[in-house]
Design a protein around this ligand. Structure first.
Ligand code: T4K
Length: 357
């Protein structure tokens, strides 16, 4: 079976080395040496000021909202994985959907502006499939209206805008290091900020608010990463260039073969693709279902990320329908892309698509 993705599994003997070091130190969680080493390496690799590792991308978002005091209505995108909105709701915020741009699939800055009211507390855009949002327009708007911005950068590991990591934008950017991600720690995530005080607050918050044995200055939660996850992350990071270049080969093949016959996500000239996902847009939902079932019949399992548009979920209703998001959600298919996908396999994917359009 060819699935939409497969986690990168690093050389087992290298992982064994890290596992042995965990056995030797007896430290398995609570900011152990491997978590510290991975934080250091990722901070340098992504060239960001502060990066704090957490247990998953959803708690990264929840801690971010809480640390920034986001409370009330929050403008976000209906075209994302459900965790972007459900994390807001879980923290008693009300997601207000602004529609997306039809070519980039990212929240439209103009639509965000139209939704700002006195009740708005923050903006949570997503760099969908790693594609950088309109970060400058969003920053200007947030400054003008005194709003906090949390970028859900779950897909944006290694994405760059104007030569720097797009994760350095916003009050906070978050990452997911779930197994299905380009860079992963089995389960995991990170919170990124350039603000020293905020970074300190986040570090306390993810550790129950505990500063030391005698002092618990604020209310926190347990969102820490453990040492086994960090060990996996260190090994995956060693292989990151292989992971990126093999994904790039698959992505380029899809683009060359399919750009004339299906729709592709538009990236600005100033952004660098990280090849995290390979979405295509079919001409109609009927055509999508035909292509998908032909692929499925051959054991190929692309995914409808993200269907349905989140404004259709029963617990996220009450917003006016977002037409562009609904239209894209009905016609999008994410094709298999991962480093161990063989050329004959992605050639087969393309051939089946071509013969079913
Ligand atoms: N914000 C955004 C924008 C996100 O995309 C996500 C997560 C989050 C926030 C929240 O971050 P986390 O709290 O999850 O860290 C997956 C992931 O579970 C989820 O992390 C991800 N986004 C979302 C886009 O995709 P599913 O339902 O597609 O996973 P699943 O289990 O169907 O896996 C897809 C395919 O991958 C399978 O068909 C087979 C393969 N696979 C998967 C796993 C887990 C393997 O071969 N081995 C494996 O271990 O959600």
């Amino acid at each position: 079976m060819i699935t939409v993705t497969r986690p990168w599994l690093p050389d087992k003997s290298r992982l064994d080395g890290y596992i042995q070091s965990i056995y030797d130190s007896g430290y398995i969680t609570n900011k152990g040496p491997l978590v510290q080493e991975l934080e250091c390496r990722l901070t340098k690799y992504l060239n960001v000021k502060h990066l704090i590792l957490v247990n998953n991308g959803t708690s990264a978002l929840q801690v971010a909202y809480r640390a920034l005091g986001i409370q009330g209505e929050v403008i976000t995108t209906p075209f994302s994985f459900v965790a972007t909105s459900s994390s807001l709701l879980w923290q008693d915020n009300k997601p207000i959907f602004a529609d997306i741009a039809p070519k980039t699939f990212n929240i439209s800055a103009a639509e965000v502006e139209a939704k700002i009211t006195k009740k708005t507390s923050g903006i949570v855009p997503v760099h969908v499939f790693g594609n950088p949002c309109e970060v400058e327009a969003i920053e200007n708007m947030a400054n003008q209206h005194d709003l906090k911005v949390v970028y859900d950068g779950s897909h944006a590991f290694g994405s760059q805008y104007k030569g720097q990591s797009v994760l350095s934008y916003g009050d906070i950017s978050t990452l997911s290091f779930h197994a299905t991600k380009l860079f992963h720690t089995i389960e995991g995530g990170a919170i990124i900020t350039s603000d020293d005080k905020l970074a300190e607050k986040v570090r306390l918050m993810i550790n129950h608010g505990i500063a030391n044995e005698e002092s618990t200055p604020l209310c926190g939660i347990n969102a820490k990463m453990n040492e086994f996850s960090a060990a996996m992350g260190l090994c995956v990071l060693d292989d990151i260039e292989i992971i990126k270049s093999s994904r790039k080969n698959v992505w380029n093949y899809y683009q060359n073969e399919l750009e004339e016959i299906v729709g592709l996500q538009q990236w600005s000239n100033e952004s660098n693709n990280n090849y995290a996902y390979a979405p295509i847009i079919l001409s109609s939902e009927t055509q999508l279902l035909k292509v998908k079932s032909a692929l499925n019949l051959n054991g190929i399992m692309p995914r409808r990320y993200f269907y349905p548009s989140l404004d259709n979920l029963p617990f996220l209703g009450g917003n006016p329908k977002c037409e562009v998001s609904n239209d894209i959600a009905q016609r999008i298919l994410c094709l298999p892309i991962y480093p161990t996908l063989e050329k004959k396999q992605y050639e087969q994917v393309v051939n089946i698509i071509k013969s079913n359009l």
